[in-house]
Design a protein around this ligand. Sequence first.
Ligand code: ADP
Length: 635
Amino acid sequence: MTVQTMEFKTEIKQLLDLMIHSLYSHKEIFLRELISNASDAIDKARYESLTNKDIIVKSGPWKIKIKADKEKGIITLSDNGIGMTKDELVEALGTIAHSGTKEFLKSVQSKDIKDAPELIGQFGVGFYSSFMVADKVIVLTRQAGIPGNSGTKWESTADGSFTINEIEKETPGTDIILHIKEEEKKYLDEWELRDIIRKYSDYIEYPVVMDVEREQESAIEKGKKVKVTEEETLNSQKAIWLKDKTEITENEYNEFYKHVSHDFHDPLKVIHYKAEGTSEFTCLFYLPAKAPMDMFYKDFKIGLMLYVKRVQIMDHCEQLLPLYLRFIKGVVDSSDLPLNVSREILQSNRQVEIIKKNITKKVLDTLADMKKNDSEQYLLFFREFGKVLKEGIHYDFSKKETIAELLLFNSTKSVEGGLRTLQEYLDGMKPEQDAIYYITAPSLNEAIGSPYLEVLRDKDYEVLIMTDEVDDFIFNHFEYKGKKMRSATRGEVAIDSGNKEEAKKQYAKLIDVIKAELKDDVKDVRLSGRLKDSPCCLVSDEGDLDPNMEKLLKAMGQEVSSKKRILEINPSHDLFGILNSVFEHDNESATLKEYISLLYDQALLLEGSKPKNPLLFTQYVSKLMIDHAKREQIT
Ligand code: ADP
């Protein structure tokens, strides 16, 4: 039989390199990762066995067996789970990198991984962690449920490639054989293994067993001790969510969280309850402490694990949570759903709807309670997941008021590090103020110094500062307790229309010239109601996209036609009196054209963009500087 040599995908090579050379602490987690994979594989086999009797007959009682051979320096971990076909094996352990691996590697390059080993856990790089303790790993696997099929062997020393060949394997399932590194021999010790299993894998539903040698009295010869080998189960196997709360230690809750989430951190909060009534189900879920890095990627795995009467049906059941709560991890065990429930059935199932509603309410209630009674913890939560939670404002009509109560904002009135609620905003509104003002900007500083807020600042109106790209999309049409949200950079701000009419008349012709000169760049030129000190700014039209949102959509690869914006000029700025005189003196003058071009470039600069033609811009400015110096006779 031929042995094929294959290259690891580049990202996996880098990942392995990191595992082997940079990660020093927590090496014992390799065992948790392998047991977790084995347990997942048995979950799948058990689910398949509901419809394929061949599986259960062939596989016997589900179990995960660990053998440690001290002399040979080998640990073998065997499961009788679903196994893999050759193609699945090549993909799973070599040619397909987890989503987000690239980004993960980029992010660790900038950090010292030795100080942040928990980063590794966030990506569920599970299997590859075996190379932290082994210099050679062999996988023998055979897919369950197909009588007479053969198996496949995978072998690697993590040197950039792995080999694959067909083998005979007696039973379905997977064996992972680790050749333990000289300096990690302690993992071959029975008590070390027991400890690790108790610490990390106690809740695993299937027995994790090991052959142990015992001395016992000989049955034949009284008084003589003989050695016997017995299979011992090392974990308590209790489905943790079905236990009584009082019986569960914090450590057990935390370890189970790590099992379901692949996160390395302890969770921020545990939510564990049993619902009774129209629908009976038990929930154990968690608010993570840290946002996973891939939370905003398209292939981020959403959903809770779904069990029906202790049998795992699905590991990521999307139907159980609204998208804006996708950070929740955990388990739902229902007594009402049929065991053979399929994804299609789930989509329109009434029980699932009831569970989803119940969970949504429970999570939002928990958050409200946390916000009220433990604001420090709530702040930790909000900084990580507020960005996701607020999507609910747009997507969940029935809950948007409730979600709005949970939101926190930076604002022109929030003190250093503090955040404001919408209610606090309403309480501080000026009597004549008609709307809740917000500004979208790439950063806090840019928002605070923004010329778009000049008049609002002057009036002492508070402005909420939105720095997430999605903000404008979410809050654009939102109304809180009867007050509309209004963007400070879009549409007209007509707070101070004072002597605008007069200025309009005075500058009507000049404005027409500016309009004609900039007709390719802007869709209109008008007097501004929002500027006080700056000469001009660019604003979006009422119904147009916010520039931040436009950037986001473009970055996501969507076609967006850039809409022309409106140039607003500040009639009370001295510049316009001067421009008007230049215009009245000679409405065709080259100087006027240069000034208009500079005016537009200034507006671009003020919103954080580049001048339209940087070369021309510097030429004009240099010329102005020279003229100015000459006139002032500074030279
Ligand atoms: P993860 O478990 O997070 O998907 P791993 O790198 O640990 O990541 O495993 C990659 C894939 O390899 C798994 O998704 C699974 O398809 C397969 N796999 C790993 N271990 C086993 C096993 N014991 N039995 C069957 N499949 C396995």
